[in-house]
Design a protein around this ligand. Structure first.
Ligand code: CTP
Ligand code: CA
Length: 225
């Protein structure tokens, strides 16, 4: 019943969202990951669905319930997330891509089929890492690309770093926020586009998701003018 009170601002629109962390395996029992609850991405998926969008949610490993109306694709590594996103871009042609996932920047260069044993002869252990693909940047540089939205969690120079990411990744909007929001329930953020700067919050991740939907609606309209 509550759903019907929301204006269907995004009806007829398809939104592809990545959420949660990625996990990069080192051996069958270990790996490296990023700290991410998935809460912000799932709140955004839920808001987009409430506002009438068709939602495709590509999710790393999280403990979150799939929002009503969203179709969820589970992935583990950044490489899997990238492949899933590329396939959905081709098959579903989404209008909007929202990259909320905390993608691990690097993965172990080698995967060991067998559990790596501790060497008692040495007190240190080095791990070789390989850079993961930048999924947002990849989508942001496609010739016919959806409206691209990224996040930037920063410990310092939030706006400057956000602006750099907007340019480098070919995004239309960066939601920049202090890094301490990652595992908390609330968020204060700055919406950065090439010609505007807007502070949002402090407020809940749900409130930020609602404000983001309004901004997406505005950007989609600008785009079609
Ligand atoms: N992102 C991505 N693929 C990656 C890394 C990041 O799609 N391999 C996306 C994130 O989902 C986010 C945006 O890019 O929307 C910014 O992520 P962030 O980690 O802040 O940026 P990086 O470019 O990885 O820079 P750094 O971690 O060095 O600040
Ligand atoms: Ca990163």
């Amino acid at each position: 019943i509550i759903r019907s009170f929301y204006p269907k601002l995004l009806s007829g629109k398809k939104v592809l969202i990545t959420a949660g962390p990625t996990f990069e395996a080192l051996d069958p029992v270990r790996g490296i990951t990023n700290s991410s609850s998935g809460k912000q991405g799932y709140s955004i998926a839920s808001a987009c669905s409430r506002y009438g969008a068709e939602v495709l949610l590509v999710s790393g490993p999280v403990h979150q319930q799939t929002p009503a109306g969203a179709v969820r694709f589970n992935v583990t590594s950044a490489e899997e997330m990238k492949n899933c996103v590329i396939q959905l871009l081709e098959e579903e042609k989404p209008d909007v891509f929202i990259s909320v996932a905390a993608v691990a920047d690097y993965r172990p260069a080698h995967f060991s089929d067998k559990k790596i044993k501790k060497e008692n002869s040495s007190d240190s252990y080095s791990l070789e890492l390989t850079k993961n693909p930048d999924i947002l940047s990849l989508v942001g540089h496609l010739e016919s690309k959806p409206l691209c939205i990224g996040f930037a969690a920063e410990t310092n120079d939030v706006i400057d770093n956000g602006r750099l990411k907007l340019q480098r990744k070919g995004a239309d909007l960066i939601v920049a926020n202090p890094a301490n929001a990652i595992n908390s329930d609330s968020n204060d953020a700055v919406f950065i586009t090439k010609d505007s700067l807007k502070t949002v919050g402090p407020g809940s991740k749900e409130a930020l998701a609602d404000t983001l939907v309004l901004e997406i609606n505005r950007l989609l309209k600008d785009r079609n003018c």
